[in-house]
Design a protein around this ligand. Structure first.
Ligand code: AMP
Ligand code: MG
Length: 340
């Protein structure tokens, strides 16, 4: 398949935005920028188009998709109920990196919701994404625009590397500012449950949901065969081909550990660099979780490009956006974690 590259840095790229919307209306697949990561979009109500997302990504069919909308009124007909807490969070965090799981209507096909009776909905902040949704007049199912299992795409080049020739078009735009996927909260259970940490932090959510529960799968590997609230959380994910170990401990313990291991690469923080004998790459200051999130997926992709075989990563602390970075890193490490 020939993949069209549509260059759009801002809303003045009207022809490219119109072209992307037209492809989506015709049941095609378009990768587009969002503030979290690039998404692979299709008409969320078109079963055939949504099935093609799973094929292009190689995604397991039980892993449901997030439906992207442009305005609050787009929720009509998609969700059957909005709880007061969900409404407060939508008002506080939309447009932005926050996804609400709510009971779905019959209009949402089972292929979009991965067979569940709930649907995940988000209003992205990126104005090109929102304009494409508006122009298409459709709710768009849009998982991350990568091959399933590999690190998510935070730049247009990552999408080109993974999906060129497999989808109809890629909207080539700026790098994503958040760099990790949205925060997913289920309001279909009481109390509401954080299923995936992301650009909106647990601390921010607790202002509106004081009894928020953090799902066990956020920080650890679900038991084999266990029923998980968020199917995406059970897979090894975001992973380079290298053997990755996540090490949890302070900078002294971390340096001592690394200096006995001889790894090809150590992914760490600015404060670690001078203490480690192996080659290092820093994600930024240890307290700067935002910067770490922004750099994370590009750093993981670079591991494969450079052909490293063994990699040790220093675990971030799990406050603020550190929780999202930690959550991606345990999956990138295939749940291989050492406590120092
Ligand atoms: P991605 O689209 O690649 O960002 O992944 C979407 C994430 O949202 C996955 O972890 C899914 O398991 C989760 N998700 C989507 N829809 C639902 C739902 N209805 N219930 C629970 N989790 C969901
Ligand atoms: Mg994904």
């Amino acid at each position: 398949m020939k993949t069209a590259l549509l260059y759009a840095d801002n809303l003045t790229s009207k022809d490219e935005i119109a072209k992307a919307a037209e492809i989506l209306k015709n049941g095609g697949l378009v990768a587009l920028p969002t503030e979290t990561v690039y998404g692979l979009a299709a008409d969320a109500l078109n079963e055939k188009a949504v099935k093609n997302i799973f094929v292009a990504k190689g995604r397991p069919s039980d892993n449901p998709l997030i439906v992207h909308i442009a305005e609050f009124s787009d929720l009509d007909g998609i969700v059957s109920e909005i709880t007061p807490e969900a409404k407060k969070c939508m008002q506080a965090f939309w447009p932005g990196p926050f996804t609400a799981v709510l009971p779905k209507t019959e209009k949402i096909p089972s292929v979009t919701s991965g067979g569940l009776d709930t649907v995940a909905v988000r209003m992205p902040k990126n104005d090109i994404a929102r304009e494409i949704i508006k122009k298409s007049g459709l709710p768009l199912a849009a998982p991350s625009a990568n091959r399933s299992g590999s690190p998510s795409p935070s730049t247009a080049q990552h999408v080109i590397d993974d999906l060129m020739g497999k989808i109809d078009a890629i909207v080539v735009s700026k790098n994503c500012d958040v760099g990790v996927e949205s925060t997913v909260v289920s309001f279909a259970v009481n109390p509401p449950r954080l299923l995936r940490p992301g650009g909106v932090t647990a601390e921010q959510l607790k202002q509106y949901i004081p009894d928020l529960v953090i799902d066990a799968a956020v920080l650890s590997q679900p038991e084999k065969g266990a029923k998980v609230a968020s199917p995406g959380m059970k897979y090894k994910h975001y992973a380079p081909k290298a053997d990755v170990t996540l090490a949890v401990g302070d900078k002294k313990a971390f340096a001592e550990y690394c200096n006995t291991q001889n790894a090809d690469l150590v992914i760490c923080y600015d404060e670690d660099v001078g203490l480690i004998n192996s080659p290092t790459v820093s994600l930024g200051f240890s307290a700067d979780h935002k910067k770490q999130a922004e750099r994370l997926f590009d750093t993981l992709r670079d591991v494969d490009k450079k052909g490293y075989k063994t990699v040790i990563v220093h675990a971030p602390t799990t406050d603020e956006m550190g929780l999202a970075v930690y959550n991606r890193l345990i999956r990138a490490a295939g749940f291989k974690v050492v406590q120092l």
